[in-house]
Design a protein around this ligand. Structure first.
Ligand code: ZN
Length: 378
């Protein structure tokens, strides 16, 4: 393999990619073993890949507290959400094995400290609510009562659900460099891409070199569209409507936290590690229900100094087809009234798809709608 200069790209968060992979340590099978939840496994895999650089493991109390209070690590670097491992009791030894749900050990953790935490306080700080109906808060409340911190070494990566889309930060960086890109915009999504998202990704792409479509494939709520269906949607959309040499499609292995504004910051920092210089933040990014204001996930970026995050957020409003403009537009660019706008609620779209009907082409590309109709049929 020939080396490709990736030094034109944005630097990872904290300056370097921190990839926590390594050889299987001697005697790991004799260590006390902890079984991780799907969310913790996603975090572990992102610690392995460098997606969570500069973290070397699960957070200690000093980092955790400062993240909650100030959205910073103990060293002052911006960081928006805890990356913690919840346990029942303190482990006996100074090393433990971390296993998946089948009991297969994947990593070793060097025990640093065990600390208690206040679930309601974490909920209030991170999710802006202590309501147990919030899916992220519900998961937090169901967790074990202590956090175990320490550096991890991942000696066996979890089997990727979509091997062809499992692309680590070092590989997206190489892919961008090979294409000669310097400025790359990342697009986070956990939904099929309709015309509105196509419009904003293309709007962003007009100003940079390349686009990383980076769907989240970790654990989501059960009523979100399943990842395999979404991936088919992305493929048909990208094949039909995007220039092949301007887009990279890869999976973002994180689990959804539904933390809205703070998760938008966290998503941006992770994408910086993947080599993105820009990041799209739409309306209600990483939100759920009506817990967050429509543009809260954009406003939170003002809590940091300009350029402190380095990655540049690109803010977009809600887009629609306007019959008077004869094109996609937003309230920022179209002066016409709602009557001229083709807008469908999520509920309406689901009704149409469930009835086997395609939404209007102004709302969704027919190829994408067809994938969704087929998914509803089966
Ligand atoms: Zn208009």
């Amino acid at each position: 393999m020939t080396a490709v200069a990736t030094d034109r790209l944005i630097r990872p968060h904290g300056g370097f990619l921190v990839e926590r992979t390594g050889d299987r340590p001697q005697g790991v099978e004799r260590l006390e073993q902890l079984t991780l939840t799907p969310r913790e496994l996603s975090d572990l895999d992102m610690l392995a890949s460098g997606g969570l650089s500069p973290l070397e493991g699960f957070m200690n109390q000093e980092d955790y507290e400062r993240v909650l209070d100030e959205m910073r690590l103990a060293n002052g670097l911006p960081w928006a959400l805890p990356v913690c491992l919840a346990v029942d009791t303190a482990p006996g030894g100074d090393r433990v094995a971390l296993a998946d749900e089948s009991g297969r050990p994947l990593a070793m953790l060097e025990v640093e400290e065990v600390f208690s935490y206040d679930k309601e306080r974490e909920a209030e700080r991170c999710f802006r609510t202590i309501d147990a109906e919030h899916p992220g808060v519900a998961r937090l409340y169901a967790q074990h009562p202590l956090y175990l911190s320490g550096r991890v070494t991942v000696f066996e990566r979890a089997e990727p659900r979509y091997p062809e889309l499992a692309v680590d930060p070092v590989d997206t960086r190489r892919a961008f460099a090979e294409r000669g890109w310097k400025r790359v915009v990342g697009f986070q999504t956990r939904n099929p891409i309709h015309r509105a998202h196509e419009y904003l990704t293309k709007g962003a792409l007009e100003t940079v070199d390349g686009l990383l479509v980076h769907p989240l494939i970790g654990e989501t709520k059960s009523d979100d569209v399943p990842a395999e269906v979404r991936i088919d949607c992305y493929r048909v959309l990208l094949d039909g409507y995007y220039p092949r040499d301007r887009v990279v499609l890869a999976a973002f292995p994180a689990a959804m936290r539904y933390a809205g504004p703070r998760e938008a910051i966290w998503h941006a920092i992770c994408r910086k590690n993947y080599g993105c210089s820009h990041f799209i933040v739409g309306r209600d990014h990483a939100g759920v229900g009506s817990y967050y204001g429509t543009y809260d996930a954009q406003l939170i970026f003002d809590e940091f100094e300009p350029h402190e995050l380095d990655i540049e957020p690109m803010f977009f409003e809600h887009a629609f087809w306007c019959t008077a403009c004869g094109q996609m537009a937003t309230p920022k660019t179209c002066p016409h009234a709602d009557d001229d706008h083709v807008a469908l609620s999520g509920t309406k779209v689901r009704e149409l798809l469930a009835a086997g009907e395609l939404p209007p082409v102004e709302f969704s590309r027919p190829e994408v709608a067809e994938v969704l109709v087929q998914a509803y049929r089966s």
